[in-house]
Design a protein around this ligand. Sequence first.
Ligand code: ZN
Ligand code: ZN
Length: 135
Amino acid sequence: MKYSRQRELVREAVEKSSIHPTADEVYQEVRKREPTISLATVYRNLNQLSENHLIRRVVVPGDSDHFDHTLKEHEHMICTQCGCVVDIWPQVSLQALFSGMEGAHITGYDLTLYGICDDCARKRGEAELQDTAHV
Ligand SMILES: [Zn+2]
Ligand SMILES: [Zn+2]
């Protein structure tokens, strides 16, 4: 891959973000430093970077793709309340676990966990407290 300043800006925006930004969120961020960049350019660079394994693409079924700030092995939980992507760090390497399976030669996997993030759990807890206060 040839060096490109725009691609470096896209990569930096993904690596600095902890929220697993979508292409649109990366675009908003890069535009602050490179006002002339187009959304199409951001998409193209995100595709090139993830195809070259320089950033990780997080596929969210039924939603836009997200991009990850780290390449370290970890999984993702999608919050069913607000749709945010939460990093999950299993104590065992699932890659190693699956690669030991008999009768199947697993070369990769894509796992999506569903649940509720801390923020939403807190809000839900507060709502429940308010409910009981009225009883
Ligand atoms: Zn949430
Ligand atoms: Zn992640």
